[in-house]
Design a binder for this molecule. Structure first.
Ligand code: T1G
Length: 708
């Protein structure tokens, strides 16, 4: 396999890692065995070697951590603990190496990759956008198990370490340097030479004396056991508030950090490996690891036959400078770094849209995600117009105008008249079938849907919707461009509501029906935040806007009949000039845009008295199974190409709880039989809209699953 090569310079051994045939370096048992041989058996024993530099031969990855594939082979907690102990022993031996070891880091340095670097004597990182250092383990439902919970807090302080470990964060190199995670920040071109010089210096002068970082506050909170108690208590409260108790890994990591800092590293390492074993075989970790592999697989899937060429996109046009259009424009400039021409009917509207688009860049500058130079360069990419100037050079044009078929027909015709023949044209419609919008086009083979979610700069999902007439090249172009915008992209069929709004529709309808029955707003929302959604359906309606939700609900009712009949609640509220958060009048109170408590005045408007003592499990089941049943029906109709796309679409599109793996993984986890039983129960109690769909009944009968 030979993942490692060695060269000697001035008595310094440069150990380069480059896993053959793999896009990333990862630590599997085989690689660990080879590392042990070359590092301990050869370099550590060789008297001619005064110091060691560890560097990667990969273009953008130092080490991406332990091999995640291995975790799926773990059969029980004991096996997991044993596997983790091997990793700990390896890293501890590097830390104990009598010769100075320098980590020369360019690219992703994550998980066990960072834990290895933390065990080195000195760390040098490149000042490059690809260089990120972090411990993402809790995002996989596990914890940093090779000493990360011990060495990171000792190096940068408990607060900064917990900020990274408990959120599974990665830091870019400049921030990592500022935190003290790395000792030097250099240009990639001089990484190797700088590392050799540092190794020679350390070989001559010995290990550096490291002092506790930070000022008075750090000495009170990071380096003082009493202060740390406050830090642990606050960290625990924040974790429970953020996770709702659904994700055990951050609390396990907190326990490992606390034990290690208060009772010594050995005690901390024992907690790390025992908790790692327990978590690695947990259902939550399995689902989160599935999500990881699904998203990485989607990074390479254009949704059309492999090898389908995509058109290069350097210039885009966005028509409609409202909230969505401006979001698309700003995100395209900052993420994809393309020229963006934003158009609307008058310059005042264009100006407003450009301001919104630039606000996305301002936010990145403020959070130091952009340098001033990058900010200036990207802002210059954003221009506006009240006519079609500049569209003649566009490679891709996305319309985000008012959700009306006639308006869209008009705009698409105007776009077709000005853009190059080979340009791809897309609609950001959220409900209108693409085939309908494409009617009457001269070259509709280049037309499709690109459905972004609001707010565009923050929502990770993009639905690409080809119609039957759409050319695969247009699909590949849209999918690849969506990925350049930092989106996870799924290709879905041109059916009303596409995937996400389709499965959302019965869920939001059910929230309206529960309200009509007197179930209090906070009970409805709490039922689904307890289920694991970031917000409940009523809050979501406030976010989406009652006008948009009513329009969407109407399209779905027309397309699918009574089964998707929306409740009348929203129309009553719209009649009372309530649109939700956007006009500060919704189901909740809003002050200066800030959400407050329930607006009790909603109840008399819809003619109900809120009930007490509602059965929250009933509420939860009605909402959850309305969505699960629709997901099962929609995938059986081919709305998504695979259960993977369906689950990732639900998680990234509407925040379906990742620890459940998505609606289809959830059905598999509890079995289709159980899902049918629950639905039959709901049907008897609440009506035929809960009739389990044929596909689900067949799965229950045949014992089949979505994933083998
Ligand atoms: N294990 C196995 N496969 C991995 C992997 C890993 N750690 N990292 C990446 N891959 C695969 C990925 O599935 C894909 O495969 C290919 O590499 C390219 O990835 C003890 C226990 C490094 C930033 O969580 O964040 O260490 O589809 O498409 O966009 O404490 O991959 O080609 O077959 O994502 O350039 C912690 C996960 C492990 C890092 C590169 N590490 N990886 O992004 O490429 S747990 C992580 C990433 C651990 C210790 C614990 C990203 C990346 P395929 P890609 P990319």
């Amino acid at each position: 396999m030979t993942a490692f090569s060695v060269s000697i310079e001035q008595g310094v051994a440069i150990l380069s890692m480059d896993l053959p045939g793999e896009p990333v370096n990862k630590l599997s048992p085989g690689v660990v065995a080879e590392f042990k041989d070359v590092f301990f058996e050869r370099l550590q024993r060789d008297d001619a070697v005064r110091a060691i530099v560890i560097i990667s031969g990969k273009p953008d990855v130092f080490i991406a951590g332990a091999d995640i594939d291995q975790f799926l082979t773990i059969r029980n907690a004991e096996e997991g603990t044993a596997m983790d102990q091997l990793g700990q022993e390896l890293i501890n031996r590097v830390a104990a190496c009598p010769k100075p070891v320098v980590a020369a880091i360019h690219g992703a340095c994550l998980g066990a990759g960072l834990e290895l670097a933390l065990a080195c004597t000195w760390r040098i990182a490149t000042d490059h956008p690809k260089t990120q250092l972090g411990l993402p383990e809790v995002q996989l439902g596990i914890l940093p198990g090779a000493g990360g919970c011990q060495r990171l807090p000792r190096l940068i302080g408990v607060r900064a370490a917990l900020d990274i470990i408990l959120a599974g964060k990665s830091e870019r190199a400049p921030k990592a340097f500022k935190l003290g995670m790395v000792d030097e920040l250099v240009h990639p071109a001089i990484l190797r030479d700088t590392a050799v010089r540092a190794a020679l210096r350390l070989a001559a002068a010995g290990r550096p004396r490291r002092h506790h970082r930070g000022g008075l506050q750090a000495s009170l909170l990071d380096w003082n056991p009493l202060g740390r108690r406050i830090v642990y208590r606050q960290a625990r409260a924040t974790v429970l508030q953020k996770t709702g108790g659904h994700y055990p890994a951050p609390l396990a990591a907190l326990k490992a950090v606390q034990t290690g800092m208060e009772r010594g590293m050995e005690a901390g390492l024992r907690v790390e490996r025992e908790e790692f074993g327990r978590l690695a075989v947990s259902a939550v970790a399995r689902q989160l690891i599935n999500v990881f592999f699904a998203t990485t697989a989607l990074k390479k899937d254009d949704g059309v036959p492999a090898g389908t060429p995509a058109k290069p996109v350097q210039r885009i046009g966005v028509v409609g400078s409202g909230f969505m259009g401006a979001g698309i424009a700003g995100t395209a400039a900052v993420q994809a770094e393309v020229e963006v021409r934003l158009k609307d009917t008058d310059l005042a509207r264009v100006g407003k849209g450009l301001k919104l688009a630039r606000a996305i860049l301002d936010g990145r500058l403020k959070r130091r995600r952009l340098t001033r130079y990058q900010y200036e360069r990207m802002t210059a990419l954003l221009t506006g117009t009240g006519n079609w100037t500049g569209f003649g050079r566009a490679d891709l044009v996305i319309e985000a105008v008012f959700e009306d078929l006639e308006v869209k027909h008009q705009v698409i015709a105007e776009i077709e008249a000005v853009v190059p023949a080979e340009a791809v044209i897309a609609s950001n419609t959220s409900t209108i079938p693409i085939a309908r919008i494409g009617e009457g086009m001269r070259h509709r083979e280049r037309f499709l849907g690109m459905h972004y979610f609001s707010p565009v700069d923050r929502m990770p999902l993009l639905e690409v919707i080809p119609a039957e007439f759409t050319d695969p090249t247009a699909v590949a172009t849209a999918v690849q461009f969506g990925r350049r915008m930092g989106k996870t992209v799924i290709v879905v069929a041109d059916r009303p509501g596409f995937w996400v709004n389709r499965i959302l529709s019965p869920y939001l309808n059910e929230a309206g029906l529960l309200l009509e029955e007197g179930v209090p707003i906070e009970v409805i929302d709490r039922a689904m935040t307890d289920f694991g959604f970031p917000v409940g359906p009523v809050t979501l309606l406030d976010e989406v806007g009652f006008d948009v939700a009513t329009k969407g609900g109407g399209v779905m009712h027309q397309a699918f009949g009574d089964r998707l009949r929306p409740s009348g609640v929203l129309q009553q509220l719209v009649a009372d000039e309530r649109l939700g958060r956007k006009n500060g009048r919704g189901f909740y109170l809003y002050e200066d845009g800030k959400k407050g408590g329930v607006d009790e005045s909603v109840y008399p408007i819809v003619g109900i008295k809120p009930l007490a003592g509602t059965d929250e499990l009933m509420v939860r089941n009605r909402l959850a199974y309305a969505m699960l049943n629709e997901a099962a029906l929609a995938i059986s109709e081919g709305v998504v190409r695979s259960p993977r796309d369906g689950d990732i679409g639900a998680i990234f599109g509407i925040g379906f709880p990742p620890f459940r793996g998505g609606p289809l993984r959830m059905i598999d986890a509890e079995s289709a039989k159980q899902a049918v039983n629950v639905l039959e129960g709901l049907r008897l109690a609440h009506g035929d809209r809960f009739e389990p769909c044929e596909a689900l009944v067949a799965m229950a009968r045949d014992g089949t699953r979505y994933y083998v």
